[in-house]
Write a protein of this length. Structure first.
Length: 79
């Protein structure tokens, strides 16, 4: 959950995140995530690379290197 919430916070095109909780403690834990700093760029790159490999339309990027390993850009271009 923490990784997902922090990732959403880093994406400028994500304007909201729906969070379902079953207790007040879980809600407090989720909200505490927003007090942490940004995810490291290398981790964001690895997450984006997974999306590029799967070519989900909203996350795909047409500026990816031919091998998709270590080339390209982190970004949110919508084709």
């Amino acid at each position: 959950t923490e990784l997902a919430l922090r990732w959403c916070r880093e994406r400028r095109l994500v304007t909201s995140a729906l969070v379902g909780v079953t207790s007040e403690a879980q809600l407090r834990s989720n909200l505490a995530v927003y007090q942490k700093g940004p995810l490291p760029d290398d981790l964001l790159w690895e997450i984006d690379r997974v999306h590029m490999r799967n070519r989900l339309p909203i996350f795909s990027n047409d500026r990816v290197g031919k091998d998709w390993d270590g080339e390209g850009v982190i970004g949110e271009l919508i084709p």
